[in-house]
Design a protein around this ligand. Structure first.
Ligand code: HPA
Length: 279
């Protein structure tokens, strides 16, 4: 599925016809983390299946709707659930919502995901602020910027030395410290999924310098940076990646969703604090 510029504009027109608040901040809420959007005020809810071109969410824990309104007074658009490459979507479909948000006027994008902890210091329920990433999926050819470049969105080549905005990270650190919430800062590694990693893969990824591993976020970040958006992202550590064979525990999606319940209040406190600080 290759979209034309008109496809993005058509989705924007559908959304514009329904909203009353013009969003400037975009939120992408990952597995089990969608509850934050329930607290948005002056809300307009737009199901994904009413927006032309928008990929549907097929994974439990992803609602599949856009919520537009205000959070801490800020005009926001929140994606309650996202599409992943492993669902069979193309990279263009996975990142379609980001370009639509960009055309809607979103300048700052905040993404969240559920991730496995590779760093031995990370525990279930911890939060990690991304300061960098390793795009294993992209290195293997799964990069949404592959293909003809549309200069209306951004340049052919994109530098990645300032991907996760330093100012936003500073704000997040400050808010977390004030609230007494542990906030790690580290490197997120994105792979395709849908299977979890083998123990040998876990050991390899840790050796590469990754602190958390997951199946999302990076494609969206690339498209956002291509369009010049300011980006911040958080991983909620939902499980500790298993690095030995024949361990008694086995990673599963239920534990990922369960950990989301602990993570949502912490993440909510930090995101609300950052939104307040942005005013
Ligand atoms: N690996 C990959 N993706 C994940 C994990 C994991 O351990 N936990 C949540 N998403």
């Amino acid at each position: 599925m290759i979209y034309t510029y008109a496809d993005y504009q058509q989705a924007v027109a559908v959304i514009q016809s329904k909203i009353t608040v013009q969003p400037e901040i975009g939120l992408v809420l990952g597995s089990g983390l969608g509850a934050l959007a329930d607290t948005i005020t002056e809300r307009v809810v737009i199901p994904y299946d009413t927006i032309s071109g928008w990929p549907q969410s097929t994974v439990p824990g992803h609602h599949g709707q856009l919520v537009v309104g205000r959070l801490e007074g800020q005009p926001v658009v929140a994606q309650q659930g996202r599409a992943h490459f492993y669902e069979g979507y193309t990279m263009q479909q996975v990142t379609f919502p980001i370009r639509v948000m960009h055309l809607l006027g979103v300048k700052t994008l905040i993404l969240t995901n559920a991730a496995g902890g590779l760093n031995r210091a990370y525990r279930v329920g911890d939060l990690m602020l991304l300061n960098d990433h390793i795009n294993l999926l992209g290195m293997a050819g799964g990069n949404p910027l592959i293909g003809p470049n549309d200069e209306r969105f951004g340049p052919r080549f994109v530098g990645m030395g300032h991907t996760y905005d330093a100012g936003l990270r500073e704000m997040a650190r400050h808010v977390a410290a004030e609230a007494g919430i542990t906030l790690h800062e580290g490197v997120y590694l994105c792979l395709a999924g849908p299977n979890f990693e083998t123990p040998a893969e876990v050991r390899m990824l840790r050796g590469w310098g990754a602190d958390a591993v997951g199946m999302s976020t990076v494609p969206e970040v690339l498209v956002a940076r291509h369009a010049g958006m300011r980006v911040m992202a958080f991983s909620g550590i939902t499980n500790e990646a298993i690095d030995v064979v024949d361990a008694t525990a086995e990673t599963n999606h239920e534990e990922v969703l369960d950990a989301g319940k602990v993570l949502v209040p912490r993440l909510t406190a930090i995101l609300r604090g950052v939104l307040r600080a942005l005013q």
